[in-house]
Design a protein around this ligand. Structure first.
Ligand SMILES: Cc1ncc(COP(=O)(O)O)c(C=O)c1O
Ligand SMILES: Nc1c(O)cccc1C(=O)C[C@H](N)C(=O)O
Length: 419
């Protein structure tokens, strides 16, 4: 199968696609879930950056502020369940990423949790290890953090394309930090195979789930992933700057030594013991006082998942991205864009990335016309599909407006032909 989708030879007409979109939305088993979000007539295709606002959040936060903070005050750490929120909410995220209870804790940023996972992984690695492998196509923060972790632990960092990790890992590899879905292209990397290859060489697998959690099945327990990290503000709709999570495989937890052993990770935090003793299990992944307002907003946001399975979400995601690509073929002048998102469903996340000359200006115009995606260097239009609230009509309209914008710019060079 070709690397990127071959657009249909005889694409359907625009009106046929609009009719198809209405039929697909009428048959969508998740269509009613859209009502759980605050939306308008914008086509919002940027949930791979910031998820839409779940309706349950504003009222919950108003109560947290007015009653739990304003009236109960310090009592809320116990009476309102604030203290246990990181692990309670971790157990709510866990089923969405294929983890059992007691393996996920929520708090701190994604970058900070990447640091915990990588350094914690290196500390558990064999004594002869000399290197950390990092995804050569990673979102930048992972590379920055991995290089700092390497400096701090006396190891080297070697960037490797995810598809090459199985061939490149050696017995000297301590850990490999890999993005499950590539933030720019939307390529889905083969977590089961890469994890197995790392284990065969004696290395630990650390996965960054930012662009997969909430969009597709992950299977952390099933595939024996050692450590994983993810943000909650994309497909989990936790809100801007919502706290990230750390997963540690149950069999590793007693060996996990956090590089940030804050008092909230202590076996008995309120003993105020000068000596450190880590808490049992995943609680040792905590650091300091949790960001309660964001945590409780996230907890309310997760209610949008009630009655929804990640398998249903995956099925709709693939149907949406297939349909969007078909609509692009029908509406966009030939050769003006090139999809850099794999055609193969087994290699596709929940976004479509189109290489497009002048992508920055094109996305600005799309946004002006009510279609919100985003732009990533050097020339990529990104369209994120969140099955909990994206409709097939959204997909068709986005492609149609893109065609109008690009049709109005016939003189721009086709992608990859400049120079
Ligand atoms: C793969 C990946 N890792 C990490 C991050 C960001 O980390 P943080 O939440 O610390 O900004 C992003 C983007 O937000 C990302 O796409
Ligand atoms: N994480 C972001 C943020 O904190 C502010 C603005 C945008 C973003 C992002 O979308 C970055 C994200 N990881 C990406 O896929 O590009």
């Amino acid at each position: 199968m070709s690397e990127t989708p071959e657009f249909p030879v005889a694409p359907a007409s625009g009106s046929e696609l609009a009719i198809r979109a209405a039929e697909l939305d009428a048959a969508d088993p998740l269509a009613a879930v859209r009502e759980r979000f605050v939306l308008d007539d914008t086509v919002y295709l940027d949930g791979n950056s910031l998820g839409a606002l779940p309706r349950a959040v504003p009222g919950r936060i108003a109560d947290v502020v007015a009653r739990e903070w304003g009236e109960l005050r310090i009592r809320s750490w116990t009476e309102s369940g604030w203290w246990t929120a990181p692990e309670r909410i971790g157990d709510k995220i866990a089923p969405l990423i294929g983890a059992g209870p007691g393996r996920v804790v929520v708090g701190d940023s994604t970058s900070v949790n990447i640091f915990k996972a990588v350094v914690g992984g290196v500390r558990m690695a064999g004594k002869g290890c000399t290197e950390i492998l990092v995804d050569a196509t990673t979102f930048p923060t992972d590379g920055y953090i991995a290089r700092s972790a390497a400096r701090m632990t006396g190891l080297a960092v070697r960037p490797v394309e995810p598809a090459r990790i199985a061939d490149e890992v050696t017995e000297r590899t301590a850990v490999a930090l890999v993005n499950h879905v590539d933030y720019r292209t939307g390529r889905l990397n083969d977590l089961p195979s890469i994890t197995a290859a790392l284990h065969s060489a004696g290395a630990l697998a650390v996965w960054d789930l930012c662009h997969s959690a909430g969009a597709l099945p992950v299977g952390l327990d099933a595939y024996g992933v050692d450590l994983a990290v993810g943000c909650t503000y994309k497909y989990l709709n936790g809100g801007p700057g919502s706290p990230a999570y750390l997963y540690v495989r149950e069999g590793l937890q007693e060996r996990f030594e956090s590089p940030l052993p804050g008092w909230n990770s202590h076996a008995d935090p309120f003993a105020m013991d000068p000596g450190y003793a880590p808490a049992d299990g995943i609680l040792r992944g905590r650091v300091g006082t949790p960001d309660i307002l964001s945590l409780l907003a996230l907890e309310a946001a997760l209610e949008a998942w009630d009655g929804v399975s990640i398998e249903e979400v995956r099925a709709k995601s693939l149907a949406l991205t297939d349909f969007f690509l078909e609509c692009v073929a029908a509406h966009v002048p030939p050769g003006r864009v090139r999809s850099v998102t794999p055609a193969d469903h087994r290699q596709r996340g929940s976004q479509v990335a189109l290489e497009c000359a002048g992508a920055g200006e094109v996305m600005d115009e799309l946004i002006r016309r009510g279609v919100v995606g985003d732009f990533r260097h050097p020339d990529v239009l990104r369209f994120g599909f969140t099955p909990l609230y994206t409709s097939f009509a959204d997909a068709e309209r986005a492609a149609r407006v893109l065609g109008e914008v690009l049709g109005a710019q016939p003189d721009a060079v086709a992608p990859g032909t400049a120079g």
